[in-house]
Each structure stands twice: as structure tokens, then as C-alpha cells.
Design a protein around this ligand. Structure first.
Ligand SMILES: Cc1cc2nc3c(=O)[nH]c(=O)nc-3n(C[C@H](O)[C@H](O)[C@H](O)COP(=O)(O)OP(=O)(O)OC[C@H]3O[C@@H](n4cnc5c(N)ncnc54)[C@H](O)[C@@H]3O)c2cc1C
Length: 325
């Protein structure tokens, strides 16, 4: 989220790469609430759950003010690995470089009102102590989970670029020095819709079953679709990066399926190329062209024969008509 425009209706994507490089996601009061390596819908589900908790405890309503804002914290090793992204986000003011846990706690308070969270889970985690204490506790627990190989809170089992603070803090020096963090605000947004329009394997839009039965046609004539609006390609959840692959694959299939006047021969040639991987392209091209030409010739001969027959029939009919009509 851009701190200079937190209510902007469109946001900048926070690359999943950051979570992959070991960034942790925190509530405003400094708790972890999800396995950061989970799918987008899972993480968002956890965020919504946190907002529900807050609302249920008499705090902010879901989506009100900062109730759906969370913090992403990356350590220095993670930032080195995601160098280009971090540099860009720093330049845009979306990430901030902060040294020491105490300063991150101040940032949570200042930017997200972290000390005003009222829900029971937050209270229990804080145990009457300061937000700085609660945040340090979170990071200590995270490092312990990393050392152990599994997080009892979220079941996370991969802890890339851990530890966060273990061995990096020196007693009494937290305010001046200590580990370097990169922090930013994140919030759930609509990223991808999983489509909904039913198509066949050529991208022809399917009729609804009742209409298909009534009309005897499974697809809507002349209507094609490809890209994000089609449904069913990705199953229940889409793998990251596969949306553009889907656009390219189905866009191409639709392009091949749409027949424009005059391109029959060319389309047949393209189909043959795709369907004959064991043959060389030039062989297929040659055969496809011959087949297409043969098809057109046969059609022309058929048409000619039909025309001749029609002419003969007309002549015969005229012969039967009396002269004075
Ligand atoms: C921030 C972000 C990052 C992403 N990163 C990745 C990634 O790294 N890898 C990946 O695979 N996918 C990624 N995706 C998903 C992917 O970009 C989209 O799924 C894909 O671009 C959708 O392409 P599309 O052509 O189906 O739809 P769109 O690109 O949405 O095109 C639809 C077009 O239709 C136009 N339109 C809408 N209504 C009308 C109308 N009534 N009349 C005329 N035109 C209209 C729109 O203006 C738009 O130009 C990302 C998505 C987002 C939002």
C-alpha cells in the first residue's frame, strides 16, 4: 500500500517473491497469523479472519480504516535475494528500511495504530506488555520454529533466510543498531477472478444446458472467449504465473478456431501443423495445402454439377409451359 495514498482504489502488487524470500506477515499488533508461503486465497482468508476477530471484539469493522491492513517484514538476507524488487519498492515509498525491533514496533504503532488492537488473541499475545515486547516475542518464536523445522502456530515448514533476530541482536543495543528490516503495509485486493464463462477446448462459448437441449447446439454460434474470463482451466485454484500462459494457449486456440471468410485453406494448414508433430513442417504444409486445394476443387465441382442440374430442370419445366402463358 502506498502510505501517501492508503485509500487509493488500485494498489501496487506486492510480489509473492518477497514471501518466498522469507518475509513474515504480521498483524498491526505484531503477531503472525498465517503460513506466509500459503496460497493467496488462504492468506487472504486468514486476513479476513483477523478482521472478523477485531470486529467481534468491538474493534474496527472489516474494511474500516486500518482493520484490513497488515505488515510485511523482510530481513536483510531476504532483501539481498530480492534486490531489484526491494530497490523499486523503496524508491516508490512502499517499503521502508528500519533498523532494530524497537523501531519496527514504533512504525507499527505510528502507521497502523498497532497499540489500539483490542481483540482477545492480541491481548493474550501481548500479555499486558508493550508492542515492542510482543513483536520481539513473535520473531523469537519464529526463529525457534525455524530451528525446529515447523511452526506450531501456522504449520509453516519452510523458513527461507531465517533467523530473523536470533544472534543478530546485542543486549542493550536494540535502539541504536540491530538487525535491518524492510517493512511495508499490505492489504488484500482482487487480483484474479477464476473466470466463469464456460468454453469448449476451442474457446467456443458453451450454451447453458437447458438452452443447449432446446436448440440442439452446445455452443453459441460465433461467440468465442479466452483469458481470465473463462472458467475451469485452473481447477479450484490457479498456480502463480499460469494466467498469462492461459491467455497465450487459449488465445491461440481461439485464433485457430475462428474461421474468417477466405482463410479456410490457411486454417487447415495450421491445424495440420499442430496435429502432426511426427512429420516435418514442410511435409505437413505441402500435404495440408494439397488437401485444402482438393477440398476446394471438389466443392467447386459439386457446385458446378448442381448448377447444371438446376439449369436442366428449369429448361425442362419451361418446355412444359404452354406458349400463350
Ligand atoms: C497486478 C497483477 C499482476 C499479475 N501478474 C501476473 C503474472 O506475473 N503472471 C501471470 O500469469 N498472470 C498475472 N496476472 C494475471 C494476468 O495478468 C491476467 O489474468 C491477464 O492479464 C488477463 O488477461 P485478459 O486478456 O484475459 O484480460 P484483461 O487483460 O483484463 O483484458 C480485458 C480487456 O477488456 C477490456 N474491456 C473490459 N470491458 C470492456 C468492454 N465492455 N468493452 C470493451 N473492452 C472492454 C479491458 O479494458 C481490458 O483491456 C496479474 C494480474 C494482476 C492484476
Amino acid at each position: 500500500m502506498d502510505p501517501s495514498s492508503p485509500t487509493a482504489p488500485t494498489k501496487t502488487l506486492c510480489a509473492e517473491l518477497l514471501r518466498g524470500a522469507g518475509a513474515v506477515l504480521l498483524t498491526r499488533d505484531g503477531r503472525r497469523f498465517a503460513d506466509e508461503l500459503g496460497t493467496r486465497d488462504y492468506v487472504v482468508g486468514r486476513m479476513l479472519h483477523e478482521a472478523d476477530l477485531e470486529q467481534g471484539s468491538g474493534g474496527l469493522g472489516k474494511g474500516t480504516g486500518v482493520s484490513l491492513q497488515f505488515a510485511l517484514v523482510l530481513n536483510e538476507k531476504g532483501a539481498l535475494e530480492t534486490e531489484k524488487h526491494v530497490a523499486l519498492y523503496l524508491q516508490k515509498g512502499l517499503l521502508q528500511k528500519i533498523t532494530g525491533v524497537a523501531r519496527v514496533a514504533s512504525w507499527l504503532k505510528r502507521t497502523l495504530g498497532g497499540d489500539k488492537v483490542v481483540n482477545d488473541v492480541a491481548r493474550a499475545h501481548r500479555n499486558g506488555r508493550s508492542l515492542e515486547w510482543a513483536l520481539r516475542q513473535t520473531l523469537v518464536q519464529y526463529d525457534a520454529a525455524a530451528a525446529h523445522g515447523v511452526c506450531p502456530l501456522t504449520n509453516k515448514t519452510h523458513f527461507h533466510n531465517a533467523p530473523f533476530i536470533a544472534g543478530l541482536e546485542k543486549p542493550g543495543s536494540q535502539k541504536q543498531a540491530g538487525p535491518v528490516f524492510y517493512v511495508g503495509r499490505v492489504t488484500p485486493v482482487t487480483h484474479y477472478t477464476m473466470g466463469g464463462v464456460r468454453v469448449d477446448t476451442h474457446g467456443r462459448v458453451m450454451r447453458n444446458p437447458a438452452r443447449a437441449q432446446r436448440t440442439g447446439q452446445q455452443t453459441v454460434p460465433g461467440l468465442f472467449a479466452a483469458g481470465e474470463l473463462i472458467g475451469g482451466v485452473h481447477g479450484k485454484n490457479r498456480l502463480g504465473g499460469n494466467a498469462l500462459t492461459e491467455c497465450a494457449v487459449f488465445g491461440r486456440r481461439v485464433g485457430r478456431a475462428v474461421r474468417l471468410a477466405g482463410d479456410e485453406a490457411e486454417s487447415t494448414e495450421r491445424d495440420a501443423i499442430d496435429e502432426g508433430p511426427e512429420e516435418t513442417v514442410s511435409e505437413v504444409r505441402g500435404e495440408a495445402r494439397e488437401e485444402a486445394v482438393e477440398e476446394v476443387r471438389e466443392e467447386a465441382q459439386e457446385e458446378e454439377a448442381q448448377e447444371e442440374a438446376a439449369e436442366e430442370a428449369t429448361e425442362e419445366a419451361l418446355e412444359d409451359v404452354p406458349e400463350d402463358v
